[in-house]
Design a binder for this molecule. Structure first.
Ligand SMILES: Nc1ncnc2c1ncn2[C@@H]1O[C@H](COP(=O)(O)OP(=O)(O)OP(=O)(O)O)[C@@H](O)[C@H]1O
Ligand SMILES: [Mg+2]
Length: 268
């Protein structure tokens, strides 16, 4: 899919979203829209509030004010404010973290299975008595986990401990684990951090493959401007907790306010 084509409606929207920590306004009345099936980037200087926004969207932080609206489908609209992380994850938002958070002493496959766990519908009784329905669900999740590992190039490492993977593969495993939850929105917090040029190029291909194969919406926090500019449909720019610009890459690249606040330093 070309970045400019086939964009449909709004899947996620914040209205005057505010998050303060004591006197610090980490998010100051942020209103933005994310289009369904787009790749949307969130950029801005260190401390601008990007991760805080992800934490609010995924239930880790309870916003101080404003609204988060998730249009699950064209007919079902939900408010996410105040929902617990596991609940947000079940609704279809999955994320990776700025600092890798894998289960280091579990295998690659086990990490992915844990990601898929939130899809189990059979609940506590199912887990205790493991009836036919539970076994079928577990088998499906196992098969799906293997297929994700295969599609995204980690099939051979399925039995390796996560901690023994090279750094770039660990970053990839985090994405695969998030995908195992079967999200409709995937939130990636600085997936290219610490990657070299070749690994960043590989990551770009993986993100595009995810978009095409999984048919989902991707929100990406990233400081690597060449990655951001080449794969994003839409970019939102935060500075000191405020949204200072929104638009396609070509508009953001030459926006004087964005250049002053961020790109002057980051894009060179
Ligand atoms: N739990 C918290 N308690 C207190 N202050 C916090 C908390 N989380 C974030 N902050 C503050 O909120 C501001 C925004 O932080 P945030 O992590 O969202 O920035 P960021 O845009 O992700 O930056 P970076 O590019 O460095 O990751 C910072 O000043 C940070 O210190
Ligand atoms: Mg951050």
């Amino acid at each position: 899919m070309s970045p400019k084509n086939n964009l449909s409606d709004t899947i996620l929207e914040t209205k005057a979203l505010t998050m303060h920590f004591g006197g610090l306004m980490a998010l100051n009345s942020v209103s933005l829209k994310i289009q369904r099936l787009s790749i949307t980037a969130l950029i801005g200087p260190n401390g601008a509030g990007k991760t805080t926004l992800f934490n609010c969207l995924t239930g880790l932080y309870k916003p101080s004010g404003g609204q988060i609206i998730f249009n699950k489908s064209s007919r079902e609209s939900l408010h996410l404010n105040g929902r617990a992380p596991y609940c947000v994850s079940r609704l279809g938002l999955a994320r990776t973290f700025q600092n890798i958070r894998l289960f280091n002493n579990l295998t690659v496959l086990e990490n992915v299975l844990i990601g898929g766990h939130c899809r189990l519908k059979s609940g506590l009784w199912g887990a205790l008595f493991r009836g036919r329905k539970t076994k079928k669900e577990e088998k499906d999740i196992l098969e799906y986990s293997h297929s994700l590992l295969k599609n995204y190039g980690l099939a051979r490492e399925a039995g390796s401990l996560a901690k023994n993977l090279p750094y770039g593969a660990q970053r990839r495993l985090e994405i695969i684990r998030a995908l195992a939850a079967g999200p409709s929105i995937l939130l990636l917090d600085e997936p290219a951090a610490g990657l070299n040029l070749a690994e960043t190029k590989e990551l770009e291909e993986i993100i595009e493959k995810v978009r095409d194969l999984e048919k989902l919406t991707i929100i990406l926090i990233e400081h690597d401007m060449s990655l951001v500019m080449s794969i994003s449909h839409q970019i939102h720019v935060l500075d000191y907790g405020r949204l200072i610009a929104s638009g396609p890459p070509e508009a953001i690249r030459c926006d004087p306010q964005v250049i002053r606040a961020y790109l002057g330093a980051a894009a060179s």
